[in-house]
Write a protein that binds this ligand. Sequence first.
Ligand code: KG4
Ligand code: ZN
Length: 344
Amino acid sequence: NPEPLILGIETSCDETGVGIVRGQTLLSNVIASSMEEHARYGGVVPEVAARAHLEAITPTIEAALAEAGVGFDDLDGIAVTAGPGLAGALMVGVGAAKALALSRELPLYAVNHLVGHVGADVLREDDTELELPTVALLVSGGHTSLLLVRDLVDDVELLGETIDDAAGEAFDKVARLLGLPYPGGPHIDRIAAQGDPGAIRFPRGLSLPKDMAAHRYDFSFSGLKTAVARWVEQCRAEGREVPVADVAASFREAVADVLVTKAINACRDLGVPRLLLGGGVVANARVRELARERADAAGVALRIPPLSLCTDNGAMIAALGAQLVMAGRAPSELGFGADSTLPV
Ligand code: KG4
Ligand code: ZN
């Protein structure tokens, strides 16, 4: 079948995502998020996420089928995120996928969440093809990774990743510090537009020469978060009003700078003049702007899929599943389990 009909299931974090694709064509992409339930904790609570997936998984699968106008009998296969992500959350998606595969006698493909983010790009509607190899920068509340993708199906290399917090997590923690609601990324982004990004020089994690030797493509955001916390505390201790817009702008600049610098370094070092962005933090205005500027200056072609495909979703998992089928890959043995640290 040249254009397999694949249902994809994604439950690695707080989004229950189910999408359906035919080959490289998006048919449906339904998402149920438990974000609101995490708001009062100021971050994703793994047990709460797993429970919410359990409640949402069946209705979300049904909604995705209905929206695509297809039934179980039409499907050629199922793809599911096996990792990386939250163990309990992943288990719900993997369990549901196995149950469906067994009961409907469908081949099942276990896929990697990060590679799924890259796979999302094939669903773009603008007729441009993803050119390979490409460097991919994937930034969300759960991960911050730099990949070298030579082939979507079997040649993806992890260049580096965060050694502590994810970039989105840093946005959320700093937002909380500034008294902004969860998830804080969009709020910081908005407020930063009113501030001076040069007002405060916050640290760029793992960017000093001594760190670059071992961590050229790795990220660290916990030091930055602590620096912002200290700066704000100092301000309050001295009885000064916290210049929220300047703090937000300076923090956002530090994150965008380090993300884009390391990604463009990778393109240059490896002689790969292509950079793909993915993950929810791609919504950030300064990340996009700086990536555009530096990519242009370095002669790197920048690709940013539409935001609905950048944030966690099931369609990207289905898209990668379809790539596996089209490449003639054998389905996964049903013995696989959820793996919170699954390598690419
Ligand atoms: O990919 P995503 O939707 O899923 C998870 O990680 O679960 O990413 C969500 C993350 C959150 O940390 C959120 O604060 C961040 O992306 N985010 C942003 C912006 N929009 C969302 N961070 C910075 N600026 C934004 N405009
Ligand atoms: Zn993700």
